[in-house]
Design a protein around this ligand. Sequence first.
Ligand SMILES: Nc1ncnc2c1ncn2[C@@H]1O[C@H](COP(=O)(O)OP(=O)(O)OP(=O)(O)O)[C@@H](O)[C@H]1O
Ligand SMILES: O=P(O)(O)OC[C@H]1O[C@H](OP(=O)(O)OP(=O)(O)O)[C@H](O)[C@@H]1O
Length: 219
Amino acid sequence: MKDMLTVALPKGKLFDDAIELLQEAGLNTKGLSENSRKLVIHHEKDRVKYIICRPTDIPTFVEYGAADFGIVGKDTIVEQDKDIMELVDLRFGFCRFVVALPDLAAKGRDLTQFNYRRVATKFPKVAETFFAEKGMQVEIIKLHGNIELAPAVGLADMIVDIVSTGRTLKENNLTAVEEIFTATARLVANRVAYRLKHKRIQPLVERVRSLVKDKEVTY
Ligand SMILES: Nc1ncnc2c1ncn2[C@@H]1O[C@H](COP(=O)(O)OP(=O)(O)OP(=O)(O)O)[C@@H](O)[C@H]1O
Ligand SMILES: O=P(O)(O)OC[C@H]1O[C@H](OP(=O)(O)OP(=O)(O)O)[C@H](O)[C@@H]1O
């Protein structure tokens, strides 16, 4: 159906804020709950359908047009560099991308002294670009989570990861030594859907923009 909207929602940290925002923007968000095992929630009458995705898969669903738009972290957008439109900075889900070293190694040492070492990360492209720009050669080890574990067991000398409260770094005896960039959640859209469903999408985008414009950035 031409003006049915399909929205890709990330389960996990961004889920609650995403739903609250869409509800404030006037969409029917009834029946959306992270505890549910239902992955497609359809509100036929309101011409909206939600699909619940892994956060890292959102750009793929949107790029292929399986969703017209979605909500995803800027960190994921930068890492994947998919062909999607980034429409609005939603100002929640704030986090920082950092390079972190074991506390002891970080004391009085410069990152450039870690040339040719191993870096564990969930974001290999971000890490590769960062170290290349610094003129450093490192071996990047891709992991899928719990990155902070890698230096503790000798898998890597340092990590590139997301920090929000800093608690995970602290509890694993790691110190952030450089910030790469900061990220927040973004509203993204499929290029074709944005044109074909413009009448439906544009007012929604405008409502979202006005809702977030004066909001403070939150974790
Ligand atoms: N403390 C944080 N840790 C991780 N991500 C955060 C944090 N704060 C905000 N975010 C944002 O939330 C997004 C989703 O994170 P979440 O931890 O829910 O999923 P994930 O485990 O990274 O995804 P996947 O299951 O697909 O690997 C991140 O991409 C980032 O933009
Ligand atoms: O600074 P903090 O508030 O402690 O948050 C940072 C942690 O959160 C993220 O992990 P997540 O919980 O997404 O798990 P993951 O390691 O499995 O990706 C990130 O990779 C850090 O490990």
